[in-house]
Design a protein around this ligand. Sequence first.
Ligand code: SF4
Length: 407
Amino acid sequence: MWLLLDLYKKMTTYSHSRISTYENCPYQYKLRYVDKIEPEIAETIEIFMGKRVHETLEKLYKDKKFKKLVSKATLLKFYKDNWEKEYSDDILVVKEGLTGENYRKMGIKFIEDYYNKYKPFDQLTILGLETQDRMTLKDGNQWHVRIDKFACDNKGNYYVCDYKTNASMKDQEEADADRQLAMYSIWVKDKFKDAKSVKLVWHMLAFNKEAISERSEEQLEKLQDETIAQIKQIERAEKEKDFPTHITALCNYCGFKSQCPSFKHQIEVEAKEDIKEFKEDDGVKLVDEFSEVKLKKKEIEEKEEKLKSDLIEFAKQKGIDIVYGSNMKAGVKEFDKIVMPEDPEEKEKFIKLMKDKGIYEECSMICYPKLNSKVLKGDIDKEIKNKVQIEKDFRISLSKRKDVEEE
Ligand code: SF4
């Protein structure tokens, strides 16, 4: 039974996209891969356009396989017809001032440029288009291999090609650090023993340029180990059900916003009919009141500091040490306090001296924030970790809503 369970666990199929989802936002990973919830938005316009461009270039090479060179006009018609057939109004356009039509035209330009650059498309022998395969990683998990265009030349070089419709050009450093295609290199080297080299090629369609990278055996070994370490972290998160949200600019493109603890309330209150209904929401009332109290507290603390220094000044001028009010009196006493060396080198010497003189233990305190962080990160001796308990608590932080304009 355990053996079977173990085997089942090891059958999980990971992919670059699955791991990237976890890296970008563990909570989104949970919704997508653990709870298997469908996103509430159909898709973003960037993904939609990418799909239409990919299927168009796939058609180009599929026809070519049958010695049919499709014309540019036919290819563009294919793209435009598919766009029209598949487009729906619920596709999300995030970038302000742009519409689906802008993206449709971008796709047309990408296809035209690619066609003009590579015609008659016989530079390489195509081995596969939108390939679907799996490889087994060293830890027993599976890795999904999906290559847009897989090709070779007659010199034993293999090419893993990816079409990118991104608006930013991939530089060499990025290409050399990319995990997605490099992982496919492992698959190619395993399947095609005659491979002299595996070149990773990104067709950066928005720039009509290519980014190319190649990895050594050592680099691939290291990459696989790092990927497995990341998978282990995901497995730990799944076991401990630990999936925090991670708010970044990518949240604008997230299809799970209404189910996300960090945005659910925002979506709820924004759906309110009018400002009165909005202001009556219990959450809105609590935050408004809380921020007001915090502001007042800050003002009072500042005022307290100012009064203290005024009292000291008053007492000094008068040569007194008690100042009398209507019902209360304030004692103003001067006292001595030590100032520790601030220079890090001097501070270190001072601490060493205290230790040498045997008074360090007596005079030092445990640094709670440091200990807390070390225990929670597992960056501490196990025996110490086992001596403390971990319990849940809440921290409330107030920050400005960036989506609300100042009045
Ligand atoms: S909206 Fe942002 S924080 Fe929430 S699940 Fe999506 S990516 Fe994560």
